[in-house]
Design a protein around this ligand. Structure first.
Ligand code: DCC
Length: 169
C-alpha cells in the first residue's frame, strides 16, 4: 500500500498552502513521499502553466521546489526525532530561502519528477536540495532553507485566523 503523502498528514490549520495544501481547491496539492533516503513527488503541469508554448512556467517550477523542500524538511525532522507524522504532532517548517537554477527549458506535456535530498538538518533548520526532472533530464535544481514555523504564522495567530474565517475555511 502506498504511504500517505507528507502533506496529507499535515494538520488542517496548515493545509491551505497554495503549493501543497490538501484543503486548497485552487492549489497544486503537491504530494511528497519518501523514496529511500530521498523524497519524491510527481506533478503534471497543465497547458495553462505555460511559459512559452511547449514549456513550463518557471514560477510553477519554483513553487514545486518550495513545497517539496519544506515537506522534505518536515518529514526528515520527524524521521530524525523518531516521531511519526500525524495531525496531532507535526513539526512545521516554512521557507526562509528559495533558490532555483533553471538549467534548461522544461517541456510541458508529461509528468515532472521532483526529488529532494536533505543536505543538513538541525532541530530548527533544514537545507534541502531539490531537482526537477522531465523524462529523465534534470531541468532545474533548487535549494530550500526551511526553518521551523514561527508562532506568528500559525492559523491561530490573529490575522491568519481572520483570513481563513473570511475564506470560509
Ligand atoms: C508540517 C507542517 C507544515 C507547515 C507548513 C505548511 C505550509 C508549507 C509552506 C510552503 C512554503 C512557504 O511558502 S512558507 C511562506 C514563505 N515563507 C515565509 O513567509 C517565512 C517568513 N520568514 C520568517 O518568518 C522568518 O524569517 C523565519 C522563520 C524563516 C526565520 O526566522 P528568524 O527569526 O530569522 O530565524 P533565525 O533564528 O534568524 O534563523 C534560523 C536559522 O535559519 C537561517 N536563516 C534564516 N533566514 C535565512 C535566509 N533567508 N537564508 C538562509 N538562512 C536563513 C539562520 O541563519 C539560522 O541558521 P542557523 O544559525 O540555525 O544555522
Amino acid at each position: 500500500m502506498t504511504e500517505p503523502a507528507f502533506q496529507d498528514q499535515y494538520p488542517d490549520d496548515v493545509s491551505h498552502c497554495f503549493g501543497c495544501g490538501r484543503l486548497n481547491d485552487h492549489g497544486h496539492q503537491l504530494k511528497s513521499r519518501w523514496d529511500g533516503d530521498e523524497t519524491v513527488a510527481w506533478f503534471r503541469p497543465e497547458p495553462y502553466h505555460t511559459a512559452t508554448p511547449g514549456f513550463v512556467y518557471g514560477g510553477l517550477i519554483a513553487s514545486l521546489v518550495d513545497c517539496h523542500g519544506t515537506a522534505t524538511a518536515a518529514a526528515a525532522s520527524h524521521r530524525a526525532e523518531g516521531r511519526p507524522m500525524g495531525p496531532d504532532e507535526t513539526l512545521r517548517f516554512v521557507t526562509a530561502s528559495l533558490h532555483v537554477d533553471f538549467l534548461r527549458p522544461t517541456p510541458l506535456g508529461g509528468p515532472l519528477q521532483v526529488r529532494g535530498q536533505v543536505e543538513t538538518l538541525t532541530a530548527r533548520k533544514a537545507v534541502v536540495a531539490v531537482s526537477v526532472i522531465a523524462d529523465g533530464t534534470v531541468c532545474a535544481r533548487g535549494r530550500v532553507v526551511a526553518v521551523r514555523m514561527p508562532e506568528t504564522m500559525g492559523a491561530t495567530a490573529g490575522p491568519a485566523a481572520r483570513i481563513m474565517e473570511d475564506a470560509g475555511s
